[in-house]
Write a protein that binds this ligand. Structure first.
Ligand SMILES: Cc1cc2nc3c(=O)[nH]c(=O)nc-3n(C[C@H](O)[C@H](O)[C@H](O)COP(=O)(O)OP(=O)(O)OC[C@H]3O[C@@H](n4cnc5c(N)ncnc54)[C@H](O)[C@@H]3O)c2cc1C
Length: 305
């Protein structure tokens, strides 16, 4: 259960209020505001605030006085043009502020995205909750044998049970010791800022994270990608659903050019041209390394037999 009854009623009270505004609002995003969408076993993502919509992007691109609208088709076309040509600043006119609850080891990956504003729950000031990420059985994998940075087959039976038991027991033992160290009953009680050092990286933290749409797309491209670790990918996928409702034209261009599209090097492009002309190009005659060639084959759907 990621939220307590009190927290849920605070959110409901906030959702019950509305205020008239002259600012641009996005109907799809209004529907999401404040709602906490569960992620992993105790985490969530919720939108706290946002600025702009699809029109804010075209308005800035045209530097117009009004809404900047020519027509819906024109706006969608302009957004696709901007995305296609890496014209990023119009997308920076939209912003989103999220409240995210996530395990510390996921936060360490997330915080590498420096082009955002962050304020994290203070474990110097407050006591952390006894909440740890314990993977579900269908996400408890062995080390991959082909990719040093990935997972292989699922652990099964006794081995899965043994690993889960270790994860749970260590989490609880560390938390018991954390509580006993900060307790001031009959002792001075260790400072919270010191006691937390013994907690495992699967404990949950929370933060407010504000980012503009251009840098959010960069984050989503890397973290909603199948190569990203599952535990951060599920957050990125949840955010993708929200963004698709907030700025549908921009999201659709992002899906097309960034998520679904691919970049080709000059050598790869040359190979495509030679193939179209009927030449049989191999890795040896491509000028590409084995790794590059493998990725190229994957992109153009030409896996070697
Ligand atoms: C699958 C995957 C595996 C990874 N593995 C590792 C790993 O093994 N080890 C590791 O340390 N990291 C790893 N990372 C993190 C990765 O290297 C980046 O730090 C992270 O993805 C953030 O990307 P970014 O710097 O482009 O994003 P942001 O920090 O949001 O920056 C966005 C862009 O702004 C510009 N920028 C921002 N700050 C600066 C600056 N100070 N100077 C110059 N330009 C700047 C850059 O153009 C940058 O691309 C991994 C990431 C992924 C997705």
């Amino acid at each position: 259960m990621p939220l307590s009854a009190d927290q849920l009623s605070e959110i409901e009270a906030q959702r019950a209020q509305s205020a008239p505004t002259r600012r641009a609002t996005a109907e799809g995003m209004e529907a999401h505001l404040y709602t906490a969408y569960p992620v992993l076993d105790h985490g969530f993502v919720r939108v706290i605030d946002y600025m702009g919509d699809d029109l804010a992007i075209t308005q800035a691109a045209r530097v117009s006085y009004g809404k900047g609208t020519k027509s819906v088709t024109n706006d969608a076309g302009l957004i696709r043009y901007l995305m296609r040509h890496w014209h990023s600043t119009p997308f920076e006119m939209c912003e989103i502020k999220l409240h995210v609850k996530l395990p510390v080891f996921v936060a360490r990956q997330w915080i590498r995205h420096r082009t955002a504003n962050v304020n994290e729950y203070s474990a110097r000031y407050s006591i952390l909750d006894r909440e740890f990420y314990i993977p579900a059985e269908d996400h408890l994998n062995a080390q991959s044998v082909v990719n040093n940075q990935g997972r292989g087959a699922l652990l099964e039976g006794e081995e899965a049970a043994r690993v889960l038991e270790i994860l749970k027991a260590d989490s609880n033992r560390c938390y018991d010791n954390y509580e006993s160290m900060i307790s001031d009953e009959g002792q001075s009680g260790l400072a919270r800022e010191l006691a937390r050092m013994n907690l495992p990286a699967n404990i949950y933290t929370q933060w407010y994270w504000k980012v503009d749409l251009h840098n959010l797309f960069h984050f989503l491209r890397l973290r909603a990608d199948p190569h990203a670790q599952y535990e951060i990918r599920v957050y990125a996928e949840e955010i993708c659903k929200i963004v698709a409702d907030w700025v549908p034209h921009a999201y659709s261009a992002f899906e097309d050019y960034r998520m679904g599209g691919a970049q080709l090097s000059a050598k790869a492009l040359d190979c495509v041209k030679r193939m179209i002309k009927g030449e049989i190009v191999t890795q040896e005659s491509s000028g590409m390394s084995k790794g590059e060639w493998r990725e190229f084959e994957g992109i153009i759907g030409l896996m070697s037999t």
